[in-house]
Write a protein that binds this ligand. Structure first.
Ligand code: FAD
Length: 382
């Protein structure tokens, strides 16, 4: 069995002020906000993967704050006030990302976003009728007039087949989530945050003076590296039940594919269809498509990361039917990530026991939400 050296215990395993579990967007933004608030605090992030292994490096990279049908559906299920609060958090989160990182650092592509509707879309009438109401609400948050506009004239430009209507949101954008995670990692490490990977937190125990963590590390032949900390923050999103079983979280797999570069790809921007069950965008001259969860709801409520034939076939069918009906393409990569949903859509940011906090349940919105939930939890832990 590998034994830890005195030096390792004195440095890497020294008692911390704060330990964050999980190095996805939320763990990294939280480390940044906590460090900015208190630069001298000793902060360590423990990540079980060699790189983050949840949703943050496996998503679609939509920098968005809600499509028209999503906002209307949220207003119905959560109530208007909560829906607008969530939109505001996401909008402010996107501003925060731009404040910290250049466009080049995160491959920011501000080509705008669209919601597509076809003849079967029962929500078109509702969206069209309530567009003014949505725009007025959005104006109070973004200070932009008429943010959602009908853009049916662009349907032929994008080469779509079988879509009847488009609503454009000129503020929506695409980013490279892998580059955003890397940039965040570099930023927090530059501020002195220790990030240790390949270490899974198994349990924690509250003692009078500190919290003690039991961990598992393959690299150390499974030995339990014991960490102690003053405060503990769980940023484990879909995987939180393992550490805190009572939490209202349902893991949800999202599957994605991307094509090889396509000459003169006509599709440019980020696109939502069928209440967000399908989402697609260009990544340079490649097409990325994700979703189709509604083809196998039960099976997709899982933490397993493999892709499935049912969903991947549904995605390919969608490309042939609607997106590239007359263009030959090759799929180069398929993958999945795990989101955290629950009986409610809003994130959970709270203290769960003495000096133990969680900031989890980001649904399909973590790119935009993470910077703001991080600020909130940093205030709570102060
Ligand atoms: C396919 C897909 C597409 C998406 N598209 C978008 C999009 O376009 N725009 C958008 O805003 N959002 C999107 N999302 C959602 C977004 O990716 C998530 O909301 C966000 O990444 C959540 O970040 P997080 O840090 O909370 O969780 P995660 O990124 O899942 O991070 C949690 C981390 O905790 C680690 N961990 C868990 N348990 C332990 C443990 N016990 N010990 C140590 N480490 C642990 C995991 O390995 C993981 O790295 C998408 C998600 C998926 C899956």
């Amino acid at each position: 069995m590998v034994q830890l050296s005195f030096w390792e215990k004195e440095s890497f395993l020294a008692p911390q002020d704060i330990i964050i579990v999980g190095s996805g967007f939320v763990g990294l933004w939280s480390a940044l906000q906590l460090k900015l608030k208190n630069p001298s605090s000793k902060i360590t992030i423990l990540e079980r993967g060699i790189i983050p292994t949840g949703a943050s490096t496996r998503n679609a990279g939509f920098s968005c704050f809600g499509s028209p049908s999503e906002l209307l559906s949220d207003a119905e299920t959560m109530g208007e006030e909560k829906m607008w609060q969530l939109v505001e958090m996401r909008y402010k989160g996107l501003i925060e990302i731009r404040k910290h990182f250049t466009e080049a650092a995160i491959d920011y592509d501000g080509s705008g976003g669209y919601e597509c509707f076809n003849a079967k879309s029962t929500d078109w009438d509702d969206c069209y009728t309530k567009l003014d109401w949505l725009n007025k609400g959005l104006q109070t948050i973004t200070a932009q007039e008429n943010l959602f506009t009908v853009a049916d004239d662009k349907l032929s430009q994008f080469g779509f087949k079988g879509f009847n209507h488009l609503i454009e949101n000129r503020l929506e954008a695409g980013i490279h989530p892998g580059k955003l995670v890397q940039a965040l990692l570099q930023k927090v490490q530059g501020l002195g945050v220790q990030v240790l990977t390949g270490i899974e937190v198994k349990t924690y125990q509250n003692h009078y003076h500190c919290i003690e963590l039991e961990t598992y590390s393959m690299a150390y032949e499974g030995i339990n590296l014991k960490f102690t900390t003053g405060q503990l923050l769980l940023c484990t999103n879909a995987f939180t039940k393992q550490l805190f079983p009572k939490i209202d979280i349902i893991p949800n797999r999202g599957q994605v594919l991307i094509t090889a570069p396509i000459n003169n790809l006509p599709i440019k921007g980020t696109f939502h269809f069928d209440k967000g069950y399908y989402y697609f965008r260009n990544v340079g001259n490649r097409l990325l498509l994700g979703g189709a969860r509604n083809k196998a709801f039960e099976l997709e409520n899982t933490q397993e990361m493999q892709t499935t034939i049912t969903i991947q076939n549904a995605l390919e069918e969608f490309i042939k039917q609607h997106l590239l009906p007359d263009i030959t393409y090759t799929v180069t990569d398929k993958w999945s990530g795990i989101m955290a949903m629950g009986t409610e859509k809003n994130p959970i940011i709270k203290m769960i026991s003495s000096n133990v906090y969680c900031c989890v349940r980001m649904s399909g919105m973590g790119v935009a939400l993470a910077p703001l939930v991080a600020m909130e939890v940093a205030d709570l832990m102060n």
